[in-house]
Design a protein around this ligand. Structure first.
Ligand code: DC
Length: 225
């Protein structure tokens, strides 16, 4: 059976990573979280603790960065320059910086090159902001996952709460709206729904329902090819 390439785009908190991870597990495919890669770059920049975070400095940081996504006990492990950064790339500080980092052409060039390499043998589910439009335009299945901003903020609030961070819901909503704006309005590879991507609104969908919908599309595709 052909090993499919599944591409999923959408804004923060739309459920992409949860759904993509479960689809990959079900199909025995590799899940590639491209947001984690941009977060890895932002983390490295913060670690270097520069006086001011300029584009030149970020480009310097990304030049020789080594980013690996490993699978340990069924969980994704994010390594930057051989350090396990799986948890620390989810802090509010990294989240605040990541959109700025992701706007820089040199950063995107490097990440896209790595992502295309990771997908070259198929059998992958990759999620992000520009996967259908730019990284894997020829993917077998293309999806745009979204949900209302209230629902997305609530999901992020729960995630942070589970990790011990107590952040005001309203503040999260503002941050998500700002990130949506930065991601959608940037010049290079902005977040938009690809013309041939199927829209999946998860506001009122359970995780299982969204996963089933995508598996159904995969089954149809397998019958066509
Ligand atoms: O999915 P996430 O929230 O972990 O992504 C973090 C940031 O990375 C997001 O604000 C935009 C950026 N990003 C991107 O520009 N392109 C991608 N393919 C994935 C993420």
């Amino acid at each position: 059976m052909k090993k499919l390439v599944i591409a999923i785009d959408g804004p923060a908190g739309a459920g992409k990573s949860t759904v993509a991870r479960l689809v990959a597990k079900k199909l025995n495919y590799t899940y590639i979280d491209t947001g984690a890669m941009y977060r890895g770059v932002a983390w490295k920049v913060l670690q270097a603790n520069p006086g001011s975070i300029t584009e030149t400095f970020i480009c310097e940081m990304v030049k020789d960065i080594i980013i690996e996504l490993n699978y340990v006990d069924g969980k994704i492990q994010v390594m930057v320059d051989e350090k396990d950064v799986t948890d620390v790339i989810r802090t509010p500080e990294v989240t605040q910086l990541v959109s700025k980092v992701a706007q820089i052409a040199k950063v995107r060039e490097k990440m896209v090159m790595l992502q295309q390499l990771m997908a070259q043998n198929g059998g992958v589910v990759m999620d992000g902001r520009d996967i259908c439009t730019y990284v894997l335009p020829h993917a077998d299945i293309k999806l745009f996952l979204t949900a209302s901003i209230e629902e997305r903020a609530m999901r992020r609030w729960r995630e942070f709460k589970d990790k011990g961070y107590n952040i005001e819901l309203e503040k999260l909503k503002e941050e998500i709206a700002a990130r949506d704006k930065a991601d959608s309005e940037r010049e290079i590879a902005p977040l938009i729904q690809a013309e041939d991507a199927k829209l999946l609104n998860t506001t009122n969908l359970s995780i299982d329902e969204a996963v089933m919908e995508i598996l159904g599309l995969c089954e149809c595709e397998q019958h066509v090819v």
